[in-house]
Each structure stands twice: as structure tokens, then as C-alpha cells.
Design a protein around this ligand. Structure first.
Ligand SMILES: [Zn+2]
Length: 202
């Protein structure tokens, strides 16, 4: 039962940072950087991910049972469902500045590490979405009715309800936010792997 997701290449967006020293640039990013929805704090960079289900999806019967009294029990699972996902990464970009060559080198190093961290968010997101697709593939809707067609129709409605209860109303988005949050806690927003500006460099 193919439940698939297609990812568009992440879009890179930039905000320009001002300052003639690394210290000044760091202060600028703390004032003007994007706000992390998980922590309500300003960050130096952010990755935004989102996804949607293509509305037309199909189901397939996973079980059909007729009782001696003629009533039919039908179970259905998702057969074909398509997700589309997108991601935007917002990164800082140097504006015109008077950074020393050593400071400039440090900025470039920091930027590479930061970008790697943000790209990792997308990799983690994709892994997470695979889990979600597996979950949806295991969901089953069931119903009992007098005819096969009526039982199948009601089973489909039951499956739709299960999907809504588990993922709609912001539930999936909330899990995704938590997933990004956990990743940031583990990596300290990439600082553990070097996404931290050494402002001591003059
Ligand atoms: Zn992060």
C-alpha cells in the first residue's frame, strides 16, 4: 500500500546582519534573528518544515467477513496517499562590513556549521515523516452493515476519522515542532558541533 511523500529542495532564505566585529554581529542576530516558535527566543537561523496530504487518496479492503445472519464486516486501510513536503531555511548573511581577515574566516566557519545544522533538521524531519507514513499505513477502519458496499463505505469513514483524530487539527504539526525541539536540545542548536561564533576573535 504505497503511501508516499515527495520533498521539494529546501529553499534558502537570508537575512542580512550588520556589525563590524563578530561581537557586534552576534548582538545583531540576538536582536533581529528569527524567533523559535518552540522557545519564543531569537535564534541565529531557523528551519521551517511543512507538509500536506493530496486530498484524493484511496483505500483498499484489508478484511471482509460475512456473518451467518448476512451482515458484513469490512475493514479498510489506506492504499494510495500522497504527501508533499517543503522546507525553508533562514540563514544570516554578512552585509558590508569591516571584519578582519581572521574574523571573516571565523564567520565562514560558523556559517558552514550553522547551515549543516539546519540541513540536519530537514534530514531528521524526513526520518520522522517516514515513521508517520508507516503509522498511517497501519491504521485500519472497520464497520458492520447489511451489504458489502455499505460496510465498505462506513469502514472508509471510520478510517478517515482515525486519520483526522491522529493528525489533523495541528496534531501532526505539534509532533513535528516537538521533534525539532528535541533535536535542538540534543545539539544545543548546533552549538555542540561548532555552530557558535567565537566572538573573541578581533
Ligand atoms: Zn536547530
Amino acid at each position: 500500500m504505497p503511501i508516499t511523500i515527495s520533498y521539494t529542495a529546501p529553499k534558502l532564505r537570508y537575512y542580512t546582519v550588520a556589525g563590524d566585529t563578530l561581537k557586534a554581529i552576534e548582538a545583531f542576530m540576538k536582536r533581529k534573528g528569527p524567533v523559535d516558535p518552540n522557545e519564543g527566543k531569537r535564534m541565529v537561523a531557523m528551519t521551517y518544515t511543512g507538509q500536506g496530504i493530496v486530498p484524493k487518496w484511496t483505500h483498499g479492503r484489508s478484511d471482509l467477513h460475512r456473518a451467518p445472519n448476512g451482515e458484513v464486516t469490512c475493514s479498510v486501510k489506506v492504499k494510495d496517499m500522497k504527501f508533499v513536503a517543503r522546507a525553508v531555511i533562514l540563514l544570516p548573511k554578512l552585509g558590508s562590513n569591516k571584519l578582519s581577515p581572521a574574523a571573516r574566516k571565523e564567520w565562514d566557519r560558523f556559517f558552514r556549521k550553522l547551515k549543516a545544522h539546519e540541513l540536519k533538521h530537514i534530514a531528521v524531519y524526513r526520518g520522522f515523516m517516514h515513521t508517520v507514513l508507516d503509522e498511517i499505513g497501519r491504521l485500519e477502519g472497520s464497520a458492520l452493515a447489511k451489504t458489502e458496499a455499505a460496510a465498505e463505505k462506513a469502514a472508509r469513514a471510520d478510517l478517515e476519522l482515525a486519520i483526522r483524530l491522529n493528525y489533523a487539527g495541528g496534531k501532526l504539526d505539534k509532533r513535528i515542532r516537538q521533534m525539532h525541539h528535541q533535536f535542538d536540545k540534543r545539539t544545543r542548536h548546533g552549538q555542540r558541533s561548532g555552530a557558535k561564533l567565537n566572538t573573541k576573535i578581533p
